[in-house]
Write a protein that binds this ligand. Structure first.
Ligand SMILES: [Zn+2]
Length: 221
């Protein structure tokens, strides 16, 4: 074997070793990424919800429970309402058909139209099978820029859920513009506490091009 070919051979070995190292590193990174991402599968929904209730407790308010149920029925949604005693202004859809609203968000809701939008947005995640889409992505993440692509997917899902909610509200005689008052309130809070799974509220507002009004901002049960 000439020194030339030995050199070539060593070079190939180095390259193979390099590829193996890279492959292992990539695998480790993906493993960390997968564990880091929230497992939004239907089978995990119950235990995720159970964990949240264990940690924060349910928010015992017959008035809010009734309001939530009423709007759910008016919108003809399949989901069931659950209220969580948590101060963060957030709502969640669980793949087993439960919509959970935090007490912190309930405090900000001023009328049935706003409640309707929150419920319809969460129902949209269920109807459009976003949990399954995310789970599928997490099971088979792309090799290049998985975190960036996951963020993009979540972003698209949020905008799609807003669109679905708007159409659904109009179809059931609710005013989809009312949610903007709540978003404006959240916008000021978002600067200090940015929600990771919702795109910037300003963008959501611009995306919909809705005109806000100051009417009907008091809840009349
Ligand atoms: Zn959402």
């Amino acid at each position: 074997m000439s020194p030339w070919s030995r050199h070539g051979c060593a070079k190939i070995h180095d390259m193979i070793r390099g590829f193996i190292t890279l492959y292992v590193l990539l695998g480790l990174l993906l493993h960390i990424f997968i564990n880091d991402a929230q497992a939004d599968t239907a089978s995990d929904a119950k235990s995720q919800r159970h964990n949240l209730i264990q940690k924060h407790g349910l928010y015992e308010s017959p008035q809010w429970q009734q309001r939530c149920q009423q709007v759910t029925e008016q919108l003809k949604l399949t989901a069931h309402c659950q209220l969580l005693n948590h101060s963060a202004p957030n709502a969640y859809a669980f793949a087993d058909g439960v919509i959970m609203i935090n007490q912190g968000l309930l405090k900000m809701i001023k009328n049935p139209d706003q409640m309707a939008h929150i419920l319809a947005h969460e129902q949209a995640h269920l109807t459009l099978q976003h949990h399954q889409e995310l789970a599928q992505f997490i099971r088979k993440p792309p090799l290049l820029f998985p975190k960036k692509k996951l963020k993009k997917l979540r972003h698209q899902q949020e905008l799609a859920a807003d669109d679905w909610a708007n159409d659904h509200l109009v179809r059931h005689q609710f005013d989809p513009r009312q949610i903007h008052h709540l978003w404006q309130q959240l916008l000021t809070q978002e600067k200090t506490n940015r929600s990771s799974d919702h795109p910037a509220l300003a963008e959501r507002i611009n995306h919909q091009w809705l005109v806000t009004t100051d009417q009907n901002l008091v809840w009349h049960p």
